[in-house]
Design a protein around this ligand. Sequence first.
Ligand code: GLN
Length: 278
Amino acid sequence: MVLAVLAGQRIGALQTLLPLEPLENRILACHALGITRIGLITQSERLLTGAEAATLAALVARRLAGEPIAYIVGRREFYGLDFAVNAAVLIPRPDTELLVELALERLPVRGRMLDMGTGSGAIAVAVAHTRPDAGVTALDVSGAALAVARANAQANRAAVRFVQSDWFGAIAAESFDLIVSNPPYIADGDVHLAQGDLRFEPAGALTDHADGLSALRTIVAGAPHHLAPGGWLLMEHGYDQAAQVRALLAAGGYSEVRSWRDLAGIERVSGARAGGAT
Ligand code: GLN
């Protein structure tokens, strides 16, 4: 239906013809035509070819079926950098920029950081891009995710070492000044998994298929064996998990246990330092 409406139309008429909200209409029109938003204006009098109309109609149909715009165009901005994304990785969220900022504040000069469950590489690449002196290692259990993350590191000229590992499984006796993670923390059966973008994202990046805390527990338990004395562990978690994560950290013998709020005012990241608890 959209296709029949689009063929032969002026590019300048697309915004009123397409059924999505203005920003999404523009993003998909630019993507289908391979032009920038400036191009939409300078070429506004040109008529859509049949092939362009078909391409654009197919993209709009995917969006109308609920597919996230980031997967349709294969890109998402995070921390001012451009990231490739596909269905093998979680779409980077603005909330997670808090974790990047906290990490940058705590990473010593030439410090070593480990990002656990890197997905698209968003956190590791943002830190390594901002701090070329740092030694950044990122792991993921998914080879498909690591392929995306490697490409993102290269495209953003960020030096990141990637390791395929099931949590601490493949990192032996290595030690870091800082460990960060945005692990799967949504509980099995949570209604959000069946809503919006999450329906299209990799389940293994979203949920632990348990109570939502099992990956966080694994990280809290293992990190002391891989942190330099006084090194920080910082973890993103769900909107209602901060108190539980602080309790895990306190029980694990960490010191300076605390949580930080995201821009929405929600306790979104919790962390602590290895050892030193008295
Ligand atoms: N923040 C994501 C969401 O709730 C979940 C990310 C995660 O599980 N690590 O949409």
